[in-house]
Design a protein around this ligand. Structure first.
Ligand code: ARG
Length: 279
């Protein structure tokens, strides 16, 4: 199953690369054809980036309550790995960063309707979402974990989820998993994974399904009420989301993320925010 997904994802990336290759070669043929006839300036190869620089700001869409990637800092403002990575993109472009915080299940529509320039929300790049938006390169290998009440020893593996009441954040891959992969589950959806954890701590759900580090962070902040079951039940790459047909912005974000992965920035930011958010 993992292999099939990887192949599909590779296929989706290849399609977007082919599409991009076609349009740029068409452009160069047109201008090389007869340059003396070109009266207006050639179209920019970076129209999205030009528009962002013109505005003087880049707008990131996120959904806090997902430490260490995005959470509300002591000043009440969104903080976290994704915000710092987005700041690197803004700095590289020489523009301000604006962060808009909303429910996770609204992010893709908000991006498509132009409310922001990109999504940075610990979002899993999957094939269904790739039919709506494009994804950057992955910056974190991630997976889903099960979170249960401390002392609960009835849930050890994914097979034990059958027939259970499962708390998830609405619109996430955990929501999909609980609905599509688990036999006879009762799925309770919440606006944040923190609330999903609270439902388990309060006995309203048997188990929450939450991404790796957010699950651990939430369990650590639960005053001993929650425990994480080790072992990913899925493996999912996290990436940033960009509206379709903005290849220049995808390339810019990829450039910044590739450098941040390579020089250890992503790892250092993850450690730093895990400490702060868990404190
Ligand atoms: N990785 C999961 C998904 O893409 C959960 C992401 C939740 N992110 C957040 N900022 N609340 O569905």
């Amino acid at each position: 199953m993992k292999k099939i997904f990887a192949a599909l994802l590779a296929g989706a990336l290849a399609i977007s690369l082919v599409a991009c290759g076609t349009s740029s070669s068409t452009a160069s043929v047109a201008s090389a054809g007869d340059s003396s006839k070109v009266t207006s300036a050639p179209a920019s190869e970076t129209p999205t980036l030009d528009a962002i620089k013109q505005k003087g700001k880049i707008v990131m869409l996120t959904s806090t309550g997902f430490p260490p990637y995005e959470y509300l800092g002591d000043d009440g403002k969104p903080a976290g790995v994704d915000i710092d990575l987005a700041q690197l993109v803004a700095d590289d472009l020489g523009v301000e960063l604006e962060v808009i915080d909303m429910n996770f299940d609204l992010l893709i529509d908000a991006l498509k309707s132009g409310k922001g320039d990109f999504i940075a929300a610990g979002m899993t790049a999957n094939e269904e979402r790739a039919t709506h938006i494009d994804f950057s390169q992955s910056y974190t290998a991630n997976g889903l974990l099960m979170v249960v009440a401390a002392g609960n020893d009835t849930i050890k593996t994914a097979a034990d989820l059958a027939g259970k009441t499962i708390a998830v954040q609405s619109g996430t891959t955990a929501d999909l998993y609980a609905n599509d992969e688990v036999e006879g589950a009762k799925v309770l959806t919440f606006n944040t994974p923190i609330e999903a954890g609270t439902a388990v701590a309060g006995g309203k759900a048997d188990v929450a399904i939450i991404d790796n580090l957010p699950a651990k962070s939430i369990a650590e902040s639960s005053n001993g009420k929650l425990q994480v079951i080790e072992g990913f039940i899925t493996e999912e790459p996290m990436a940033m989301g960009i509206a379709k047909n903005q290849e220049d912005l995808v390339e810019e974000i990829d450039k910044v993320l590739a450098a941040a992965v390579k020089d250890g920035t992503v790892e250092a930011l993850t450690d730093k925010h895990y400490e702060i958010a868990g404190a």
